[in-house]
Design a protein around this ligand. Structure first.
Ligand code: MG
Length: 309
């Protein structure tokens, strides 16, 4: 081993170990695998339907999204209301990448067992609709703060009893139920990517995953790169947004929140799914602001060198 390889091997392993903080998911990979992952990784943009910038009509919105280089649409809710738009989305060359169903009132983990079946049915409906759209992720928040009186240990037990079945149901519809960790202001139960990845792993189902939202990660993760490496194969989606400084959760590039560290982690794990804008736009010309933000993200992606790979 020459000096460069020795340095590369030791620094890569040590950094990944240090940053991931957990051995159970974090992949300490050999250089060849990292090189393949970096080559596979892509920065692909999406956003919630109807948000970010104004448009005259649906076709105009899709035209502007295409001009920005966006490829996919994220849907808020269970997707039912937008089913009739799918032919138009496809006609314009877009895919629906994800459905964000929220917590469904946290009924799956309600302290009242009689409410839980309704939560399960709501999750199944969103998963079915994801199958209809061809969306690969249904984003799910197990418990917002105050939504259930149960302690975290009990919430986790219920999830372990429920998610394996929902994961298999998701696979039947060619999608995945993706738990989203949030800032502690919104959910103390699930704040960090590694924790969500462990829950996904414990379910034993490939139909359960997690994701990283740069906005929430700014408050909860000591390292964006470490978080994504720890999440590893369980990372099924990414949300783009700035940090918590006022005006919080605005476009990437509009404050000093860096993205290089996180993008380096996404390259390390070979992430090639979508990064979806989930943030506000405060500039007067919203379309031009999004364009600047996309240029910023691309620049950060280019800077995200993974140890020379
Ligand atoms: Mg989010």
């Amino acid at each position: 081993m020459n000096r460069r390889d020795f340095f590369w091997t030791t620094s890569a392993a040590a950094s990944a170990l240090f940053l991931s903080g957990r051995w159970s998911h974090g992949m300490i990979l050999d250089r060849e695998t990292i090189q393949k992952n970096v080559a596979r990784a892509k920065l692909r943009f999406a956003t919630y339907w109807g948000r970010l910038f104004p448009a005259e009509n649906d076709r105009d919105r899709l035209k502007k999204m295409r001009e920005l280089g966006m490829e996919a649409i994220e849907i808020s809710g269970n997707g039912e209301a937008l089913k009739e738009k799918l032919p138009m989305f496809r006609d314009e060359g877009f895919v629906v990448c994800s459905i964000s169903v929220g917590s469904g009132g946290a009924t799956i983990v309600s302290e009242d067992p009689s409410r839980r079946p309704a939560g399960i049915d709501a999750a199944k409906k969103a998963l079915e609709n994801a199958g209809f759209f061809g969306a690969k992720a249904v984003i799910y928040v197990p418990a917002f703060n105050g939504a259930t009186k149960l302690p975290p240990v009990e919430i986790r037990k219920i999830l372990m009893d429920t998610l394996p079945m929902l994961g298999e149901f998701a696979l039947q519809h060619n999608t995945c139920l993706v738990m989203e960790p949030l800032t502690r202001n919104e959910s103390w139960f699930l704040r960090q990517v590694a924790d969500a990845a462990q829950i996904a792993k414990d379910t034993g189902s490939e139909g359960i995953g997690t994701m990283g939202d740069f906005y929430h990660m700014a408050s909860e993760e000591p390292s964006d790169m470490g978080a994504f490496i720890a999440g590893g194969k369980y990372i099924k989606h990414v949300h783009l947004g700035n940090g918590p400084q006022p005006p919080r959760r605005t476009l990437p590039g509009e404050d000093d929140r860096p993205f290089v560290d996180g993008f380096r982690g996404l390259k390390y794990i070979g992430y090639d799914r979508f990064c979806s804008f989930e943030c506000g736009v405060h500039a007067p010309d919203k379309f031009e602001a999004v364009k600047r933000s996309i240029a910023f993200c691309k620049s950060e992606w280019e800077k995200a060198d993974v140890w020379g790979c």
